[in-house]
Design a protein around this ligand. Structure first.
Ligand SMILES: C[S@@+](CC[C@H](N)C(=O)[O-])C[C@H]1O[C@@H](n2cnc3c(N)ncnc32)[C@H](O)[C@@H]1O
Length: 359
């Protein structure tokens, strides 16, 4: 039991769960707790290379130091002293000269800085000797950064990735096109699913991660190539610029049709949280229509977060007008494994996966 709680601390720290949502085990001595934290958080090779931002760590380690100073719950805690490894690490975080995050302000003020974020997940039914797999991304921690929503991972992306883990047949031995892929979370998980399912590494399927923004695509490429991610060895994960507006522009449309039908030629199309702006609906649906007319494409799965009823109504009526058949996919998304605190995310209940078929 204590082991499970301790492991949850690792998962929560690695994916930057809100520090106040992290529970520390109550039934172990401070010595056991701090030995675990030193070994699994400070000495862990993965977290040394891909650590949470210094800004996050300051808040986390402040909580740990306060906890260790305050509590002495077991008889053996009477002689307890906080490890110099933890103190030194915490003091290092408080030194502004050591702050490599590029954050304009210090000690918790100002916007959150970019961070490596590591998501642990399980792959039931897929072959893996490890208890958990990991996917790591360099992410913005802001809703909007550099004028785009694409530099962080959104809840719909976690739901769609979990759906693909639970239904690997959707993408295994298939060429996949992702629209509005952002910094790559769903596509990177999809590539791991294909590898776990034993795809032919000499002739890998293609996973096309597309987006409009250069900065987003560059970060996506970097994330795909992180040596810790299976996507770096998959061999078929491509990033590609694709602007939905080209589908409505008679000068740019032929090039888009050629790209989608000849070069990308997907079997299945996916997208997460790409229905968020009413002004994008027409161009997104026009793109989907072209993509679904490629020779092999059968259907598209779009995970969306219902934030605004009018946007949703406009999206659904425009899709029907364009002749799509749209069905809600039955999926209980309550067991999303990536974020231990995701159950607290009020957005989760608003995420739906829609299946699009072209007429
Ligand atoms: C809310 S983000 C979702 C990112 C990612 N799928 C996720 O769920 O984490 C929306 C994405 O759509 C992309 N996008 C917006 N307008 C676009 C357009 N005209 N063409 C292609 N992608 C676009 C953005 O750059 C951004 O990455």
């Amino acid at each position: 039991m204590a082991d499970d709680v301790l492991f949850e601390v690792v998962r929560q720290y690695a994916c930057l769960s809100p520090v106040n949502a992290i529970s520390l085990p109550k039934d172990i001595s401070n010595t056991v707790l701090q030995d675990f934290l030193v070994k699994e958080l400070l000495e862990d090779q993965h977290l040394k290379v891909y650590p949470p931002s210094q800004q996050y760590q300051r808040t986390f380690w402040k909580k740990i130091v306060a906890h260790l100073e305050r509590t002495s719950i077991m008889p053996e805690d009477e002689e307890f002293e906080i490890s110099s490894v933890i103190y030194d690490h915490y003091l290092g975080l408080l030194n502004p000269n050591n702050d490599s995050s590029g954050s304009s302000s210090f000690v918790g003020q100002g916007p959150p800085s970019k961070s490596f974020v590591t998501y642990f997940w399980k792959a039931p039914g897929l072959t893996s000797s490890e208890r958990f797999l990991k996917t790591t991304l360099l992410e913005s921690r802001n809703m909007i950064e550099s004028g785009t929503t694409g530099l962080r991972t959104w809840t719909a992306s976690f739901v769609l990735a979990q759906y693909l883990i639970d239904h690997p047949d959707v993408i295994v031995r298939k060429n996949v096109l992702e629209l509005g892929a952002g910094i790559g979370f769903t596509g990177i998980v999809a590539s791991a699913i294909q590898v776990l399912a034993g795809q032919d590494s000499s002739n890998p399927n293609k996973i096309w991660l597309t987006d409009v923004e250069d900065t987003v695509l560059a970060t996506c490429r970097d994330n795909v190539d992180l040596p810790c991610n299976t996507s770096s060895t998959h061999g078929g994960v491509k990033t590609q610029q694709l602007d939905w507006y080209a589908a409505l522009d008679e000068n740019r449309r032929p090039e888009m049709v050629s790209l989608l039908h000849r070069t990308l030629d997907p079997d299945v199309i996916i997208g997460a949280d790409i229905v968020f702006d009413p002004s994008l609906i027409g161009s997104l649906l026009a793109t989907l229509e072209i993509a679904l007319r490629s020779t092999r494409a059968t259907f598209a799965l779009i995970a969306l977060t219902r934030r605004n009823p009018e946007t949703m109504a406009k999206f659904m009526s425009s899709a029907i007008e364009r002749g799509f058949t749209v069905d809600a996919v039955e999926y209980q998304n309550q067991h999303i494994s990536f974020l231990p605190h995701l159950a607290l995310d009020t957005n989760l209940k608003d995420v739906k996966i829609l299946r699009f078929v072209s007429s």
